[in-house]
Design a protein around this ligand. Sequence first.
Ligand SMILES: Cc1cc2nc3c(=O)[nH]c(=O)nc-3n(C[C@H](O)[C@H](O)[C@H](O)COP(=O)(O)OP(=O)(O)OC[C@H]3O[C@@H](n4cnc5c(N)ncnc54)[C@H](O)[C@@H]3O)c2cc1C
Length: 308
Amino acid sequence: MAVENLVIIGSGPAGYTAGIYAGRANLSPICIEGYQSGGLLMLTSDVENFPGFPEGMMGPDLMAKFRKQAEKFGTRFISKNATRVDFSSFPLKVYIEDEEIQTKAVIISTGAATKWIGLESESRLLGKGVSSCATCDGAFFKGAKLVIVGGGDSAMEEATFLTRFASQVTVVHRKDHLRASKIMQERAFKNPKISFIWDTEVLEILGQDGVTGAKLKNLKTGAISEIPCEGFFVAIGHEPNTTFLKGQLELDPKGYVILPKRPTTATSRPGVFAAGDVQDTIYRQAITAAALGCQAAIDVERYLETLH
Ligand SMILES: Cc1cc2nc3c(=O)[nH]c(=O)nc-3n(C[C@H](O)[C@H](O)[C@H](O)COP(=O)(O)OP(=O)(O)OC[C@H]3O[C@@H](n4cnc5c(N)ncnc54)[C@H](O)[C@@H]3O)c2cc1C
């Protein structure tokens, strides 16, 4: 069986950028891009903060350009999910169901899935007023009334950030207290633009082509109410796409890939590198994911040199 130079698992900004760099370095990489190729930007409409596109770009169009550029330099694509890996010996092995691929190096760039509430109206209005990324989409809501769901540090950070644009931000939380750290709570409580609705879940996000409000249920009294808003942010966490890696790589308690040799992208296993949101609990942007994809490809080039 032929041993590949590099298998890239995942196809968002990190995976495709790794493909561009590794392709241009003549490594002829394989990118296992998953059944939902293109990554999280496929879920969004306007991307205004990716450098080089001053007029903005639709998320899916941007990812199509990434993919085309990787293909141009010789990246080969498999539009399926990697289901299992075996990093215990050399060559490394990546499996798609029963199909085995042997390779000298692997880049993990499988991202982190947003946790959603799970409402039909939430997926219907995603990118049309519903978002899970304040840094990405906050600027679209100048002077607007916003609702944000969540009670952890990220929710408080995002709520505080959104007050730069919004006229009012209402945090809706299922409990009567926050999970966020004291300092993040205090910052949010002190902000005159942030208010809280406790013990409450969201039943529906209202609106047809854009968000007009949210239907709420008080979990203690059962009372149903509606709150008007033009934007709805979900901040209840992320889940790294790493279940297929368990036992093969060092992961943190939440499942993010640990990079013990930062600033390199090397993981706990020789020849295995990671890039993008799968190892990032802080920045979670297309540009930071792409940057790590570039770094990982360069790390792979150098690693392969050491094998000669
Ligand atoms: C609603 C929304 C709007 C956003 N807007 C912006 C914005 O305007 N600007 C910005 O910079 N960022 C934005 N982001 C954030 C940005 O999308 C992410 O930071 C970025 O996509 C992360 O890139 P990634 O390559 O690490 O992972 P992802 O983009 O998540 O891609 C990972 C890919 O790996 C695939 N995969 C997962 N498991 C497997 C497997 N086992 N085998 C094969 N493939 C697999 C997935 O299907 C996916 O295609 C937004 C995010 C969301 C959710």
